[in-house]
Design a protein around this ligand. Structure first.
Ligand SMILES: Cc1cc2nc3c(=O)[nH]c(=O)nc-3n(C[C@H](O)[C@H](O)[C@H](O)COP(=O)(O)OP(=O)(O)OC[C@H]3O[C@@H](n4cnc5c(N)ncnc54)[C@H](O)[C@@H]3O)c2cc1C
Length: 163
């Protein structure tokens, strides 16, 4: 009886401390019960990383940086875990080679690539103007300078609306 009680207590303790370690992602989700992301959620995450990486790309990339970006996009399109989307993105890249000569060029290219999917899904297209792109994707709170740039752009936009 005593042995049973001790062993029951030990099992409960180990299980609950194991679970408490495995819980606690930033979103508060449980690691075991979180859903597998649906196509839409995957898409939003995918575009977030693509637009953010584009906005951080060098203004004047050297050959190594260009090569890395080309490889990254080619592999992303190949490995993206939604077969239809991956196929469409690969075809888009084939038909419209990524503009890897500058950060501005790449941000606009990515915007057009995203708009192609938006149009196919009968959604609004995003204005691929630099101010709008920088305002939407320019800062993630990872770098203080980015926030300063965003503030300047917003201020410039506010002034131009007033005149
Ligand atoms: C590489 C890739 C290919 C995909 N291919 C397909 C496909 O073939 N078929 C399919 O059904 N789904 C596809 N998806 C998913 C689809 O594009 C959407 O992500 C998904 O439907 C969710 O849409 P959403 O309206 O929530 O916002 P999303 O389209 O994911 O957009 C997220 C946010 O990005 C901003 N945004 C929107 N358009 C632009 C733009 N042009 N430039 C900059 N910012 C913008 C907006 O603020 C928006 O809220 C693909 C996703 C990726 C990453």
């Amino acid at each position: 009886m005593c042995f049973f009680a001790v062993s029951q207590y030990t099992t409960t303790f180990i299980t609950s401390s194991r679970n408490s370690k495995l819980r606690g992602s930033a979103s508060g989700d449980d690691f075991f019960t979180s859903r597998v992301p649906a196509k839409e959620e995957l898409g939003r995450a995918g575009w977030t990383i693509l637009h953010r990486i584009s906005s951080k790309f060098s203004k004047e990339p050297d050959n190594e940086e260009k090569k890395n970006m080309k490889q990254f996009l080619t592999l992303f399109a190949k490995l993206y875990p939604c077969p239809d989307c991956a196929k469409h993105f690969q075809q888009y890249i084939e038909k419209h080679p990524p503009a890897i000569d500058s950060n501005e060029g790449l941000m606009k290219w990515m915007c057009k690539a995203h708009n192609e999917v938006n149009e196919r899904n009968h959604k609004d297209v995003f204005p691929c103007k630099m101010d709008d792109l920088i305002t939407r994707w320019g800062a993630c709170g990872c770098d203080e300078d980015e926030s300063v740039t965003i503030s300047k752009i917003l201020e410039r936009r506010r002034r131009s609306r007033e005149h």
